[in-house]
Design a protein. Structure first.
Length: 194
């Protein structure tokens, strides 16, 4: 997290850090300290859901930096959708390949798609979206992004693999997060979790 020259904080760490920062703010700022627990809880969930309206847009824009830095590309490809990577930016062992999957573009498209759908559905005030202020909108985005990222990471070549070489470290964390969200959502629907 502190090695800013070597990639620094990932988006997952950024979101977790932001949520922790929100929680800490309830204990630091006098206006927030004076609120009751239920008021703090309501405000916390509202702030979480509000993040979802900007977070995917910010992520999509941020991925443009990966294009200019020639990073976050996937395995070599001869497909239609590909990006040329300069020799100086190719990972060790892949110097002989010129074209790669543009993972940054895939992720930028997926997060941009979510943002557009969210805007349209929110504008139409459809019942397809959870109500803002419940925290469910934030959970929906975390589930969506984690699923997208889990599958995109199969194309990554810049990570060490664990778990018998099948899943990368990020994928294990993302899979655990997806399972936890689905399990908690299922238990809540059955009334076994509050």
């Amino acid at each position: 997290m502190l090695e800013l020259r070597n990639g620094g904080l990932s988006i997952l760490g950024g979101v977790i850090g932001g949520v922790i920062g929100m929680v800490v703010s309830f204990f630091i700022f006098d206006e927030l300290k004076q609120k009751s627990f239920s008021e703090k809880r309501r405000l916390f969930f509202y702030l979480l859901d509000s993040l979802v309206f900007g977070l995917p847009v910010g992520q999509a824009i941020g991925r443009l930096g990966n294009y200019f830095n020639q990073e976050l590309y996937g395995s070599p490809t001869t497909g239609i959708v590909k990006i040329f990577i300069d020799t100086a930016h190719r990972l060790p062992g892949y110097e002989q390949f010129a074209y790669y999957h543009p993972l940054f573009l895939y992720e930028m498209t997926a997060t941009g798609f979510f943002a557009v759908c969210l805007y349209i559905l929110h504008k139409k005030k459809t019942s397809l979206l959870p109500k803002t202020g419940t925290g469910k909108l934030f959970v929906l985005y975390v589930l969506y992004y984690s699923t997208v990222r889990f599958f995109l990471d199969f194309l990554r070549i810049d990570e060490e693999d664990i778990s018998l070489g099948i899943l990368g470290v990020n994928q294990v964390v993302l899979l655990l997060l997806i399972i936890a969200i689905l399990l908690l959502t299922s238990l809540k629907k059955k009334g076994k979790y509050v």
